[in-house]
Design a protein around this ligand. Structure first.
Ligand code: PBG
Length: 333
């Protein structure tokens, strides 16, 4: 009697909402905008662009190119840039003292950028000794170990020197215990109460940093040594929440999870647990993988990059440090 009997069709068809672009946009749970991008750049002490073999398309920028890059970031609407110095080998020492030289490359670069673009662009600086030490470790090595408490004193001075130069955001990437609190106190004492701390709170001992170490020239310094006594083991997840809790209690304004794609569970966990600004670092090895596969025509560069960034947003990241930043800003801007 009835042509349509109950249950002969799926009443709930998820495909209805997916049928048209307008509808897919309307129900989108997350989206990526240029406001989500932080652009990490490498700077070297001389002039011109230097390519990095393991980071095709990412150049180390000379002092003559820094302002152009900063202006480009502003034009593209990218909110912030992260500056990583390539320290000339002759300036590397056992104690990495160049890190606290107020006229070192990173400080000169920050002054250059701030003079050119002022507050139109946030400038972020890493705090750690690895670009400056002959052993390539993030801290001071004593008796074969990275000495936590001696290191954080130097890191606090490094942070103040960078803030004096005009850095807006101090990003401790060293994974020493207690460093955020000491850095916060040092910044307050030096009058930098509005300088932010974005802590690399959950930073893993990762093989994905290889191309970065090529870019800043610290790979040879580190040799076969690892950073496993201070960076987290990839096996850990709850420990990352402990790290984040401590850094927040010590005064971090925002936190970071690093690397990115293999650690999306942490981004979701941190965001859900603490509801604070949470950033992901799509690190050099992630860039290299995607760039290499795209170069071979195995993956579509734009599609996979945008999909990878969508993943960070979906997981709960408020922003992503990515070497693809200017390219992405062009695509979506
Ligand atoms: C330095 C630092 C590293 C990265 C950012 N800051 C390397 C490391 O810890 O060895 C890696 C970034 C990347 O791979 O893109 N402490």
């Amino acid at each position: 009697m009835y042509e349509f009997s109950r249950g002969s069709f799926p009443r709930t068809r998820l495909r209805r909402l997916r049928r048209h672009d307008w509808s897919r946009r309307l129900v989108a749970e997350s989206s990526l905008s240029v406001n989500d991008l932080i652009w990490p750049i490498f700077v070297h002490a001389s002039t011109g662009a230097q390519s990095v073999e393991s980071l095709p398309g990412v150049d180390r920028l000379g002092t003559d190119l820094v302002v152009t890059a900063a202006k480009r970031a502003c034009d593209l609407g990218i909110p912030a840039i992260a500056v990583f110095p390539v320290t000339p080998p002759e300036l590397k020492t056992e104690d990495g003292a160049e890190a606290i030289n107020p006229d070192n490359l990173v400080c000169r670069t920050v002054r250059q950028i701030k003079q050119a673009v002022g507050d139109a662009l946030g400038v972020i600086c890493d705090v750690a000794l690895d670009p400056y030490s002959i052993h390539g470790h993030d801290g001071l090595v004593r008796d074969g170990d990275v000495d936590n408490d001696a290191t954080i004193q130097v890191l606090a001075r490094q942070a103040v020197v960078q803030a004096d130069a005009g850095c807006d955001v101090i990003a401790p990437s060293d994974m020493m215990d207690g460093r955020v609190g000491v850095i916060r106190d040092a910044l307050e004492t030096a009058g930098h109460r509005n300088v932010q701390i974005m802590s690399y709170a959950a930073k893993y001992a990762s093989a994905f940093y290889g191309p970065f170490r090529d870019a800043v020239g610290s790979k040879g310094n580190l040799g076969g040594a690892s950073k496993k006594t201070y960076q987290q083991s990839p096996a850990q997840s709850r420990e990352a929440l402990h790290e984040v809790a401590l850094d927040l209690a010590e005064g971090a304004d925002s936190v970071m999870v690093k690397p990115g794609m293999p650690y999306l569970d942490l981004i979701a966990g941190v965001k859900q647990t603490f509801a604070v600004p949470t950033f992901a670092y799509q690190v050099s090895g992630e860039y290299a993988m995607l760039a290499a596969a795209a170069e071979r025509g195995w993956l579509d560069r734009q599609d996979v990059v945008l999909e990878s960034l969508a993943g960070f947003k979906r997981a709960g990241a408020d922003g992503v440090l990515t070497y693809f930043a200017p390219e992405v800003a062009q695509w979506i801007g």
